[in-house]
Design a protein around this ligand. Structure first.
Ligand code: CA
Length: 581
């Protein structure tokens, strides 16, 4: 489902594979030059991010923190594929002794920021996207992901900052030795990864030119860091952030509302840590900014950020027990918040916009509103344009200085990736992927604006004066068929909803509403028959098509309850489509 790109270097293309392999291909003919397994494949690791390559080394991280792994980044020899160094982003069980890795000298200090038996769940801290090479200081700067499980109270019960979760970390590019780090969310409990793209440049701060790294992680602040020393220059909220007592009525809680200038630490709202029940927090786990690339124009001095305002209701899972092969967050996901105020707080304010951000002044200069959250990455050009795709299928060029929309094209599918530009024979091209994919369309299809039809991925390429027609959409959205009658009490349906949220929602969508990335269960033929449903969910009848088998994790009774929940959601859709409800 997910791959964020490749690296190209000295005649080779380097690509990570979902099963944890790193592959070097011959750029001329695609043949495999070498491949190596970068993870323990008996653990639920993945690779979804792009490798980086510099100075003869290929840098690659991994994913899987929601499933319970221990994150790290590795460097491989670009010619031979031999492992050169590895840096663990979280400590292992100290009783096991050193890892024999580049991270060993800093691990004791890191372990002192953890408590309990965090290694049981891996700790998390996967480096699933942002790795950038800094030639000025011959270092790699990495963005580190969330903890495993998300819930800080479960992960590290006596507190602690939990290095290096949610941190920006600089490592010696040749040896992997630790240089500095800045932790954006100490003791993260909201899935606030800092794996968002990192931009390196120079900025004039208080009259002096400073080498900087810039990032807007999920947590909603924009950070400018001196990349020589690791000193925090500024941390400024991009999205609205309020102290608890100043929160507007009906507005979700902010996890923090300022960065303390003396300590560089966030000033938090303690209530947002959902220690005693539910807290509706914005930004939530989708982030105020996610993996979608932001871009910087040295011409305008502005950073162009795909910003979103999305909340999540966090509830500590009172019965948390880690399970292999499943999401282990320590958060009980309601199928949809049932009580009206929570529901309104989570869904009501979901918006997205393209923001032009002044990183020196720490302020928004202009914005272009979008039809919903989860829009495309941005590309700033020397010609004074910013390109961005939108969740409702447009691809636009806007004026980098004013934000005026100068051109747009209807891609007829969500256009979410980072655009890129290149030149052939003196002509400039701009190209971008479009299609119904990504975590948002798996989980939160219910929040996505309608684009007409789900669609498989396409590459769209543009140049001045081109006139090719856009081919028609290749998948039509069918109406919801008449759902079966499945009898269940209100109490059973509530249990069913929680089961659905824990086991199904992360792929088939909150509320059983598919965003088009995977099958919409409300229209599944198997929903009509209790025995077929059992075969599909427990029996592994569709594993060849990518559907996991839940034998051993769910009882037949639980599976039937989930069918009741999906049938109810299907009935709501069926009635709504016919104007009945
Ligand atoms: Ca995550």
């Amino acid at each position: 489902m997910v791959n964020r790109g490749v690296a190209v270097y000295e005649g080779k293309v380097f690509v990570g594979v979902i099963d944890g392999r790193l592959v070097a291909l011959d750029a001329a003919d695609g043949s495999v030059v070498w491949e190596t397994v970068t993870v323990d494949q008996s653990e639920p690791y993945t690779i979804t991010g792009a490798p980086r390559v510099a100075n003869g080394l290929v840098y690659i991280g991994n994913g899987g923190a929601e499933f319970g792994v221990r994150g790290y980044v590795s460097a491989y020899d670009a010619t031979s594929g031999a492992l050169e160094w590895r840096f663990y982003t979280v400590p292992g069980n100290p009783a096991d002794g050193p890892d024999g890795a580049a991270s060993d000298p800093i691990m004791a200090e890191a372990a002192a920021t953890w408590s309990g038996t965090w290694w049981d769940n891996g700790g998390g801290g996967t480096v699933w996207d942002a790795i950038v090479y800094d030639p000025d200081f011959d270092q790699v700067i990495i963005g580190v992901g969330n903890g495993s499980p998300w819930n800080h109270q479960i992960r590290s019960p006596e507190g602690g900052d939990n290095w290096f979760l949610s941190s920006i970390v600089a490592l010696d590019a040749r040896t992997g030795a630790y240089r500095w780090h800045y932790q954006t969310t100490p003791g993260d409990t909201w899935d606030f990864t800092a794996t968002q793209p990192i931009v390196l440049t120079e900025l004039t701060i208080d009259g002096a030119e400073r080498p900087v790294a810039m990032q807007m992680p999920k947590n909603g602040f924009f950070y400018v860091i001196d990349r020589e020393t690791g000193e925090l220059i500024s941390g400024t909220p991009v999205v609205p952030m309020f102290p608890t007592e100043a929160t507007p009525p009906g507005f979700p809680l902010s996890w923090a509302y300022a960065i303390d200038e003396g300590t560089g630490r966030p000033v938090e709202n303690p209530e947002a840590r959902y220690r005693d029940g539910t807290a509706v927090v914005r930004p939530g786990a989708f982030g105020a900014h996610n993996w979608h690339p932001m871009s910087y124009s040295p011409e305008t001095g502005l950073v162009y950020i795909p910003v979103q305002e999305l909340a999540l209701d966090y509830t500590t899972d009172p019965a948390f027990q880690a399970m292999s092969r499943h999401w282990n967050t320590g958060v009980a996901f309601a199928p949809f918040p049932e009580d009206a105020p929570t529901r309104q707080a989570v869904i009501g304010g979901a918006t997205g916009y393209l923001a032009a951000w002044d990183p020196v002044e720490g302020r928004e200069v202009w914005r272009v509103e979008r039809a919903g959250a989860w829009n495309g990455g941005t590309l700033a050009t020397a010609g004074g344009l910013v390109f961005q795709g939108t969740v409702d299928g447009l691809f636009q060029a806007v004026d980098a200085t004013s934000g005026a929309v100068l051109w747009e094209h209807d891609n007829r599918a969500p256009t979410l990736s980072g655009p890129m530009t290149y030149e052939v024979d003196g002509e400039q091209y701009v190209t971008v992927l479009a299609g119904t994919g990504s975590a948002f369309f798996l989980i939160a299809g219910a929040l996505a604006p309608e684009t007409g039809a789900p669609m498989n991925g396409r590459v769209h390429t543009f140049k001045l004066g081109a006139s090719a027609p856009v081919p028609p959409v290749d998948v039509e959205r069918e109406p919801t068929p008449m759902p079966p009658t499945v009898t269940a009490s209100a109490e059973q349906l509530q249990t069913a909803g929680l089961l659905y949220g824990r086991f199904c929602g992360v792929c088939h969508g909150v509320g059983a509403v598919s965003g088009g990335a995977l099958a919409d269960l409300r229209s599944s033929e198997a929903l009509q028959s209790a025995s077929e449903w059992q075969e599909m969910v427990l029996g592994g009848e569709r594993t060849r098509r990518g559907m996991a088998a839940f034998e051993g994790d769910l009882t037949p009774e639980a599976v039937e309850l989930i069918r009741a929940y999906v049938a109810r959601q299907a009935a709501l859709a069926y009635e709504a489509e016919r104007g009945g409800g």
